[in-house]
Design a protein around this ligand. Structure first.
Ligand code: PEP
Length: 252
């Protein structure tokens, strides 16, 4: 499986600034064997759609989606609407949404399943808080989050096959990255669950790591067994830094 690197711009870059990021990123030399995607805010999807491909980024993603395709849900954006942008993937259950917007495992599962039905890969974010980690509950919490999407009917399904992103909440945006070895234990547990559920087909589901990844530590994650890629927030905001991170992702 080729390694995946996904940028998450979070709540940064409207269409004008998104265009400037993409123009700058076009100058970056990128490794051929890397699956690169960028998750942009809804308002920048059109701008990104028209130029991201020329910047060497094949995969365009959104950062959230509602579970219904349309209806009386003011302010929400449904997967069928996102499909019009020919999205490859969409994040769901990012810890910032769980934390600030009260997203539950049940909501995250409904979003993931609905994206799959529309042929968009859900990138399902899971991870423990600092308090849970300190109580030794990391595996219990992550397994429960993954079990919630599996029992809701997640499938391994071609274009809509999921990606699981292990993102320890305490490592997101803090500069306190989880060590490759600690992340490995959790990735292995997630892979085990996927293997039990899907058998051989589970090998199509990348399990990627997110949390303070940068150009200095990305090589450690991507050379660790069971880590199939990375989800990158802050270090993707500067196109040159993100280009450097992509080059540092694979051995020269
Ligand atoms: C993220 O937003 O998913 C993330 C991992 O952020 P950061 O890289 O800033 O920790």
């Amino acid at each position: 499986m080729r390694k995946t690197v996904i940028a998450n711009w979070k709540m940064h870059y409207g269409p004008v600034k998104a265009g400037a990021w993409i123009r700058a990123f076009r100058r970056e030399r990128l490794p051929k064997d890397l699956e690169i995607g960028v998750a942009v805010p809804f308002v920048s999807l059109a701008a990104a759609r028209s130029s991201l491909g020329r910047a060497g980024v094949p995969y365009l993603g959104a950062q959230d989606a509602f579970w219904a395709n349309e209806g009386a849900f003011t302010g929400e954006i449904g997967p069928a609407m996102l499909k019009e942008f020919a999205l490859s993937f969409c994040l769901v259950g990012h810890s910032e949404r769980r934390q600030h917007l009260g997203e539950t495992d049940d909501m995250v599962a409904k979003k993931a399943i609905s994206l799959q039905k529309n042929g968009i890969r859900p990138v399902i974010c899971v991870g423990e808080t600092d308090a849970q980690r300190k109580k030794g509950e990391t595996l219990k919490v992550v397994r429960a989050q993954v079990a919630a999407v599996l029992s809701a009917g997640l499938k391994v399904d071609g274009a809509g096959s999921p990606i699981i992103a292990y993102e320890p909440v305490w490592a997101i945006g803090t500069g306190k990255a989880c060590s490759g070895q600690d992340a490995k234990v959790v990735h292995e547990a997630i892979h085990d669950m996927l293997n039990k559920k899907f058998g051989k087909a589970a090998s199509e589901i990348p399990v990627i790591y997110g949390g303070s990844v940068d150009a200095r530590n990305v090589g450690e994650y991507l050379s660790t067994t069971h880590i199939d890629g990375v989800l990158v927030g802050s270090a993707s905001l500067d196109p040159r830094a993100f280009g450097m991170l992509c080059r540092a992702s694979l051995p020269a």
